[in-house]
Ligand binder design. Structure first.
Ligand code: NAD
Length: 490
């Protein structure tokens, strides 16, 4: 069974724990301390993990600095070959990666299988870009020729969160390597397993030792030390908006470059001329897939008042039919949330929503039949307004808040009345309105008549409190490289 297979994959981590890996060598945390990671299914321990210290980060950063020149000068076609081999390695171990991701995070196999393969696709995409990553241009002026090129910025720190941690790690690390940067990776403390597998695959693919270093540990010490280290030239961070502000402060002394992918409170806006069946399916997918622990989730459902009752009933029915279960059960859509602390936070928001006077149209608490594990039923609040905390704060769970609007102007006002600006989803058959609305909607990414489907060359990132900078295509290289201009007098 899947459970037995998962236990087999897990056994080595149970036996040896997860060590840090610096310069191609396994290492305990500096003072020998470890922390325990637990299964969100039953809260039982999974394995012990090295708790990285300031000293470990220092060693990892210096190692990444020492490896930088060789990797930056590595022929582009050889960098491409290694990145393709990493993609091959991910594909070969996709089942193991997906199973471990499910066990570590509680996210369901149907999505984690895809996330593992998306990790391979990320490496392949950036492998193909190695050859052109540093391309520049020449700009002519009378009496002057400007030659512009790009060079890797140096060793970079990558700090990742616990939601889809494998896919997100590949999304940040693949372009860094393609650019010619070396890496120190600090994964989230709640979900460290697949980051370790990923680094093993990279080393087996021929990546020189020291190019990619892994230090586990807590945000407040290992994460903080990484952001403060003078050898680290840029920080690629994915996580909460609040953590982004801490990182900016911590890194200010060393004047680092930042790329922040932060929180969201993304609207899905449904007009009465939309294909309602498709819109309902997409709205349900965008909030309940990945347990709602997804930065791009559509957590605010804005529905035109003429169809509000009908549409929210459609969504409620679909939400009630969602299969909640063990993350390794192929039929499961919603698994347990990452950790009891996070489950508690989400359950508190359910109480807040009720206290604020919203109606529970689906879910509203732990699902029946679950006495253990971090399970929360897919929940829909109706009769809500945008001033409620459930409409303003990022809950990061399977909780949708439905708000009515009268017309396009009111929809836009509500949609933009948020501190966040990551994504927006728009459902209408009026093309002119779709163009007008998308133009005015404050978000980095907007999908019209579609759920979130990624095209890797397109830019990914948020505005307002949702982020700084863009990933994807050449946008990733703007972050990982310095642009240099040389002007020749003629
Ligand atoms: P988090 O901010 O708590 O932690 C993220 C990472 O930062 C972890 O590795 C943590 O150890 C580290 N960290 C914490 N404090 C730190 C500090 N002071 N200095 C350096 N590092 C520190 O986020 P989380 O709870 O793990 O993840 C969920 C959040 O991530 C949500 O807000 C979600 O929206 C966001 N997210 C955004 C995107 C995006 O693309 N915009 C994608 C995924 C997740």
């Amino acid at each position: 069974t899947n459970l037995q297979k998962a236990e087999k994959y897990l056994q080595r981590f149970r036996d040896t724990g997860i060590q840090n890996r610096i310069g191609g060598k396994d290492m305990d945390g500096g003072d020998g301390e470890t922390f325990e990671t637990i299964s969100p299914v039953d809260l039982k321990p999974l394995c012990n993990v090295a708790r990285g210290t300031v000293g470990d980060i220092d060693l990892a950063a210096k190692t990444a600095m020492a490896a930088f020149k060789e990797w930056a000068d590595f022929p582009a076609k050889d960098r491409a070959k290694i990145l393709h081999e990493i993609a091959d390695g991910i594909e070969a171990r996709a089942e193991e990666i997906a199973f471990m991701e499910c066990i570590d995070t509680g996210q369901s196999l149907r999505f984690m299988s895809k996330a593992a393969l998306r990790g391979a696709a990320n490496f392949r995409f950036f492998a193909d870009k190695c050859l052109t990553a540093r391309d520049g241009q020449s700009l002519y002026a009378p009496g002057q020729l400007n030659v512009t090129n790009r060079k890797p910025i140096g060793p970079v720190g990558i700090i990742t969160p616990w939601n889809t941690p494998f896919m997100l790690s590949t999304w940040k690390i693949a372009p860094a390597l393609a650019a010619g940067c070396t890496v120190v990776h600090k994964p989230a403390e709640f979900s460290p397993i697949t980051a370790r597998i990923l680094l093993e695959i990279a080393e087996e693919s021929g990546l020189p030792a020291g190019v990619w270093n892994l230090v586990n540990g807590m945000g407040e010490d290992a994460g903080r030390a990484l952001t403060e280290h003078p050898d680290i030239k840029a920080i690629g961070f994915v996580g909460e908006s609040r953590t982004g502000t801490y990182i900016m402060q911590q890194a200010s002394e060393t004047l680092k470059r930042f790329h922040f992918e932060l929180g969201g409170k993304n609207p899905v806006v449904v007009f009465d001329d939309a294909d309602l069946e498709r819109a309902a399916d997409a709205a349900v997918f965008m909030i309940y897939s990945l347990n709602g622990e997804r930065c791009t989730s559509s957590s605010r459902l804005l529905v035109q008042d003429t169809i509000y009752d009908k549409f929210t009933q459609m969504v409620a029915k679909k939400a009630k039919n969602i299969t909640v279960g063990h993350p390794l059960d192929p039929n499961t859509t919603v698994g347990p949330l990452i950790h009891p602390e996070h489950e508690q936070k989400v359950l508190e928001y359910l109480q807040i929503g009720k206290d604020e006077g919203a109606t529970v149209a689906a879910g509203g608490g732990r699902p029946d039949n679950y006495t253990t594990g971090c399970y929360v039923a897919p929940t829909l609040f109706t009769n809500a307004n945008n001033n409620m905390r459930i409409a303003r704060e990022e809950i990061f769970g399977p909780v949708l808040t439905a708000i009515p609007f009268k017309d396009e102007a009111e929809a836009l006002e509500i949609a933009n009345d948020t501190e966040y600006g990551l994504t927006g989803y728009l459902w209408t058959s009026d093309v002119t309105r779709a163009l007008r609305f998308s133009d005015a909607l404050e978000a980095g990414m907007i999908w019209v008549n579609s759920e979130n489907t990624r095209h890797l060359p397109a830019p990914f990132g948020g505005t307002k409190a949702s982020g700084i900078g863009r990933d994807g295509g050449d946008w990733s290289f703007d972050f990982y490289m310095e642009t240099k201009n040389i002007a020749f007098a003629m």
